[in-house]
Design a binder for this molecule. Sequence first.
Ligand code: F6P
Length: 322
Amino acid sequence: INCIGILTSGGDAPGMNAAIRAVTRAGIAAGLKVKGIYRGYEGLINNEIQDFTTENVSNIIQRGGTILKTARSKEFLTPEGRKKAYDNMVEQGIDALIIIGGNGSLEGARIFAEEFDVPCIGLPGTIDNDLSGTDSTIGYDTTLNTIVQCVDKIRDTATSHERIFFIEVMGRDAGFLAQNSAIASGAEAAIIPEDSSNADQLEQFISRGIRKSKSSSMVIVSESPKCGAMYYADRVKKEYPEFDVRVSILGHLQRGGSPSAYDRILASRLGVGAITALREGQRNVMIGIKNDEVVYVPFCNAIKSDKPVKKELINVLGILSI
Ligand code: F6P
């Protein structure tokens, strides 16, 4: 392998720039030519590719978002789109791809790698933390901290007005952000997709007679098209009209901002790990972190949607929110 292409794909996540920097610099240090591919797979299809030097990645470790831009490419889902991408890769002399992204992006890499026998290495870049085989994904820690800062602020109003707040956080189908931000912010409950007793959780929360002992409360709700924060707030308003209920949907402010030290270090380690993996002849693996060790996780295992939210975390919140 002489030349690698690097791209970011799917939702942006804080720390993606630190990963781009690490891959670029580690690649150059290993004697490889590095090319930046803009707008994810879309840029590979449209040939938006630029040679990268160490200067291209100067002064970006602290910046949120991704300097390479990102997209969710519909065309790459088609065989014709992937063929165009492959042809451009060959024309550009790119021998291997490094993909920084979440579930959908690594699934795309898996298919592409199989179809064209192209070495692909993935880095877990998503705020959702929903990739298996890694303890954390790039962006998750920063987002968790952002949510906690927001909940702390909302708590001031909740306390002053003696209200119940339902705060909706991102995570797609995963409850890591909701569960852990609830613990870290001292919220009364978290409603997450992994726990099928969502409705019971709400009942428990109400029946605990929260207003008897506390004059305000915070419930963190994982986003969901059907039963997000609005749904639970409406239910409580109907059943308990005496409560003063409000909803706050945090939205995309959760994805922005300067990455935490943890995410910068994680992205740096995984970026260097990606180049090491390629040089060792690894193919079609995601670089992850497990028990503080860099690990290689085959794409098919990484994208399995079975990463559990630990029962222990659910217990901790339950015990501490009495
Ligand atoms: O996967 C990251 C994520 O922020 C999810 O938590 C959320 O469901 C989704 O992306 C939002 O996507 P978009 O920015 O396209 O609205």
